[in-house]
Design a protein around this ligand. Structure first.
Ligand code: CA
Length: 259
């Protein structure tokens, strides 16, 4: 019988990656936590490449949204704003360069362009046209992950996250509530940063453990709960009430307190 599973087709599989590169999980070579829970919009019409990239990005902790055309990409961009866009140039409807231009019109979102051409003029054109970086096909997913990490790090520099009266400076690793500084341990800061990355979203204990310690939670371990309790106490000491929400049996969330 004919093998219809495209993932078993070695020619297609090497288009975006090589079997050697896939033996080592790319996340092992990356800085811990940078890609965790980052929302990536992948605009790529080649379903097989999209599948491989989705797999690698999810493995690295990203939340991936896939759009197989330029129009669908622009719609998804509005519906669920990502942290970064991976954009194929050769799309069936709109030219990728035009998609990049439209994305940049709506704010400074990092874009990594995937191109099939090696032509220098085209690359210069791309970078001048708003792409933050580009990769020429075929490439290794590990390289894409590294480039995504660089772009996300750049975006984090100087970024201050505000939730109610709580201010979190990611680079300065400083937290204040109504200008009052809250001193946190590195683990407590990582916990707060994770919860603040998606206000209102409930993170499970296991997700929190993976983010902070880089491994799943051991059975019966209350280490996450202890850190949450410590963080909550420090927030309260600074007058920051009602930010940390416990969802019984599910996990924890950070949100603006109801007034
Ligand atoms: Ca294409």
């Amino acid at each position: 019988m004919e093998d219809r599973n495209p993932s078993r087709n070695p020619t297609t599989a090497t288009t975006a990656d090589s079997p050697e590169a896939r033996k080592t999980p790319p996340s092992a070579r990356l800085e811990e936590g940078v890609l965790n829970h980052k929302r990536i919009l992948l605009i790529e019409d080649d379903a097989e490449i999209a599948r491989l990239l989705q797999e690698a990005l999810s493995e690295a902790g990203c939340e991936v949204d896939w759009a197989p055309s330029g129009m669908q990409g622009l719609v998804k961009l509005r519906e669920a704003p990502p942290d970064l866009v991976v954009l194929d140039l050769g799309l069936p409807d709109i030219d990728g360069a035009e998609v990049a231009r439209r994305i940049k019109q709506n704010g400074d979102l990092p874009i990594i362009v995937l191109t099939a051409t090696d032509a220098v003029e085209r690359k210069v054109q791309l970078l001048l046209g708003g792409a933050d970086d580009y990769l020429t096909k075929p490439f290794h997913t590990a390289e894409l992950l590294a480039r995504i990490q660089v772009q996300l790090r750049k975006g984090e520099r100087g970024r201050i996250q505000r939730i109610g009266d709580l201010e979190i400076s990611v680079e300065g690793r400083k937290v204040t509530h109504k200008d009052r500084e809250i001193t946190l341990s590195p683990k407590e800061f990582a916990l707060l940063e994770l919860l603040a990355s998606r206000p209102g979203r409930v993170f499970s204990r296991d997700e929190i453990a993976r983010h902070i310690w880089g491994r799943p939670l051991e059975t019966d371990s209350n280490v996450v709960d202890v850190h949450v309790a410590n963080l909550r106490a420090k927030l309260r000491d600074a007058g920051a009430y009602g930010y940390l929400r416990t969802v019984r049996g599910v996990g924890y969330a950070l949100r603006q307190p109801k007034t």
